[in-house]
Write a protein that binds this ligand. Structure first.
Ligand SMILES: Cc1cc2nc3c(=O)[nH]c(=O)nc-3n(C[C@H](O)[C@H](O)[C@H](O)COP(=O)(O)OP(=O)(O)OC[C@H]3O[C@@H](n4cnc5c(N)ncnc54)[C@H](O)[C@@H]3O)c2cc1C
Length: 399
């Protein structure tokens, strides 16, 4: 099997309707592929429906596994879930690397959150209070201590937080490895879109999914993992699939030296009120992100967004302007009303949701797959995930 930029090309992806499967997974993004692989490992026959598996938002993303630096006020239950999700990563990464036979660039490198001026430092100190209230591991550093850890930081850096347990994975290597593990595990693929969930005449249970190209993929269980397009699927009564919306994020990829990398760990920061992050890969690439925009399904890249990201990043790490501009790209996070995912059975028998992971889909992929395999009777549902079922009533919008 050949691998191009992390994605294996394989004859395993077919345009034709396959035979019936135990489980049809609609969407081959990071959530759908992780669920499919783990279900196949549990002995289920699984078919993934996706015109472009291995892409989606996770292809654009930064790959931070960062419950501590990503903590937000008012999201305490979600933070507990992300902490549990992060704890799952080390074993998951080892199992996936073994199954796929490739590295996924999982780095236990920690994260530094830094402030450019005194206003930014006040925001960082509020974050530290929240982290300590929740018992998260985070240490306040002076500007000088930040620079000792990361000498490329500007001499003017005012201070920051060290979050030693916030790690990262190379999201593109991850997606390639998931595809390989799925194919090796016997998962089949249909290069088409699921248009509609097909139910029995009485609407009591699912019998499969109708494909946009025609035909029905018969399956006793259908997992909806179509990212920001999950709510567009027809066939189930209104409200069964909660509202998931696209939240645009623009990102740059910058090329640097693998032997003399600019940064040794993820640096997140606030520069005169503008937030950004810099995620260094082992090959010298630095991922610089990201905007957060409500612009529907638009994935164009705006010059202004690129400028603002570069301006904020240069205020914190001046040397980034010496790197090569490799790529600019926009992706769509699957946003939910309360920024938390919906994972578990919903509506008719056999329908399972695994969607709405918003800004934490990579971090939460392993624990989501554990939950789905648990719901389908092949293990326990992780306690931290059990309150994020589709039927929950407290998914009120975060203002
Ligand atoms: C800029 C940016 C940075 C991010 N950084 C991070 C990060 O650092 N850490 C982190 O944990 N998360 C991060 N995220 C969030 C993360 O990428 C998402 O939460 C995650 O990708 C969601 O996974 P998913 O599989 O649900 O959706 P996606 O990854 O979007 O995949 C959905 C898949 O469904 C397919 N699909 C859609 N409709 C259909 C249909 N009808 N039939 C069949 N297939 C369909 C699509 O082709 C796609 O392949 C980031 C996202 C963005 C945009």
């Amino acid at each position: 099997m050949s691998v191009v930029r992390g994605i294996p090309s394989s004859s395993a992806t077919s345009k034709q309707s396959p035979g019936p499967a135990d489980v049809a997974v609609i969407g081959g993004g990071v959530i759908g592929l992780t669920v499919a692989w783990r279900l196949a490992v549990a002995g289920r026959s699984v078919c993934v429906v996706d015109p472009t598996p291995g892409r989606g938002a996770a292809w654009v993303a930064a790959g931070m596994l960062a419950p501590v630096s990503e903590a937000h006020f008012g999201e305490e239950a979600l933070i507990a879930l992300t902490v549990a999700g992060a704890e799952r990563w080390s074993v998951f990464a080892a199992e996936l690397e073994e199954a796929a036979g490739t590295s996924i660039g999982y780095r236990r490198c920690g994260t530094l959150v830094v402030a450019a001026d005194s206003g930014d430092l006040a925001v960082v100190e509020e974050l530290l209070k929240l982290q300590h209230t929740l018992g998260l591991t985070a240490e306040r550093l002076t500007g000088g201590e930040c620079r000792q850890l990361e000498p490329a930081l500007t001499p003017g850096v005012r201070g920051g937080i060290h979050a030693p347990k916030d790690h990262q994975v190379d999201n593109r290597l991850l997606m390639g490895a998931l595809l390989t593990a799925c194919i090796r595990g016997g998962v089949s693929f249909v290069a088409d879109e699921g248009a509609e969930i097909v139910l029995t005449a009485d609407g009591a249970r699912v019998v499969g999914t109708r494909l946009t190209g025609g035909g029905i993929l018969a399956a006793g269980t259908v997992v909806v993992a179509a990212g920001c397009r999950s709510s567009l699927l027809a066939g189930v009564p209104e409200g069964v699939i909660p509202p998931i919306r696209p939240v645009k994020g623009q990102v740059l990829r910058l090329g640097g030296s693998a032997t003399a990398p600019l940064l040794g760990r993820t640096v997140r920061g606030i520069a005169h009120g503008d937030a950004c992050y810099l995620v260094p890969r082992l090959d010298g690439t630095v991922v610089l992100g990201a905007t957060v925009e409500e612009r529907g399904y638009d994935t164009t890249v705006q010059a202004g967004a690129v400028y603002e990201l570069l301006r904020a990043a240069r205020s914190l790490v001046p040397g980034i302007t010496e790197l090569t501009l490799l790529e600019t790209r926009a992706g769509l996070r699957p946003g939910s009303p309360d920024n938390a995912p919906f994972v578990g059975p919903a509506g008719p028998d056999g329908l399972v949701l695994a969607t709405g992971h918003y800004r934490n889909g990579i971090l939460l992929a392993p624990i989501t797959a554990d939950a789905v395999t648990g719901w389908l009777g092949h293990g326990a549902v992780p306690e931290a995930m059990s309150r994020f079922t589709p039927g929950r009533t407290d998914a009120t919008p975060v203002l």
